[in-house]
Design a protein around this ligand. Structure first.
Ligand SMILES: Nc1nc2c(ncn2[C@@H]2O[C@H](COP(=O)(O)OP(=O)(O)OP(=O)(O)O)[C@@H](O)[C@H]2O)c(=O)[nH]1
Ligand SMILES: [Zn+2]
Length: 214
């Protein structure tokens, strides 16, 4: 999976790398504020934020959060505006796109794979395959619930590619259900969102068999 923080978000959000004018994120994540809050949390759990091992932790967490939540400051238009005309009127599917996101209820990770497919518009508006994975990453890098992540991805395809149909299936394990709470490691949550011609039972069945055929 692409690794990046808010300073090089261009690498994952579809921006040309190295162009400072295309870095809207860097000033939007208030790292000093995160650092102060993390110090408070350490105090609140009964730790000593001034002991050696924890001295740089607030700074590290702030840097990590800036990366994990970089998607808040980006828009799918930045990614899906790159299209080209291709005479392909059948399903295009990128499956098993791995991603990590953050549960908005507990601020712990949930992770898994997304399968993203669409049937291009009649005028053949097709995007690069990597852009589908970039859209997944952009929405995953926000505080999320799995259902919203799923519909946001499909809606981005519908708005920007005007496809005849679109399907998104997401399979995840939620750390808030594994490491705490109900403690059921391995339990998987599957969500799907379907639009347009993918509602047709035969078309949907074809897409699902491609997605599930591993
Ligand atoms: N629908 C949905 N629920 C989620 C997601 N991530 C976490 N949850 C659930 O959010 C719920 C929050 O429930 P609460 O009762 O408010 O919080 P809690 O006391 O921490 O709940 P437990 O996890 O059951 O201990 C839990 O049932 C989680 O499993 C998600 O992506 N979608
Ligand atoms: Zn949770």
């Amino acid at each position: 999976m692409t690794s990046f923080d808010d300073d090089d978000v261009s690498a994952s959000a579809g921006y040309p790398a190295g162009d400072g004018s295309h870095h809207p994120t860097s000033h939007k994540v208030d790292r000093p504020r995160i650092e102060a809050a993390v110090r408070e949390i350490l105090l609140a759990i009964g730790e000593d934020p001034d002991r050696g091992g924890l001295l740089d932790t607030p700074k590290r967490v702030a840097k990590a959060y800036a990366e994990m939540f970089a998607g808040l400051h980006h828009d799918p238009a930045e990614i899906l505006s790159t299209t080209f005309d291709l005479d392909h009127e059948e399903l295009v599917l990128v499956k098993d796109i791995p991603f990590y996101s953050t549960c908005e209820h507990h601020l712990v990770p949930f992770h898994g794979v997304a399968h993203v497919g669409y049937i291009p518009s009649h005028d053949g508006r097709v995007t690069g395959l990597s852009k589908l994975a970039r859209v997944v990453d952009m929405y995953a890098r926000r505080p999320q619930v799995q259902e919203r992540l799923t519909t946001e991805i499909v809606e981005a395809l519908v708005s920007h590619l005007k496809p005849r149909g679109a399907i998104v299936v997401v399979e995840c394990e939620h750390m808030c259900m594994s490491m705490r709470g109900i403690r059921k490691p391995g339990a998987k949550t599957v969500t799907s969102a379907v639009r347009g011609q993918l509602h047709d039972p035969a078309t949907r069945a074809e897409a699902m068999s491609l997605i599930l055929g591993r």
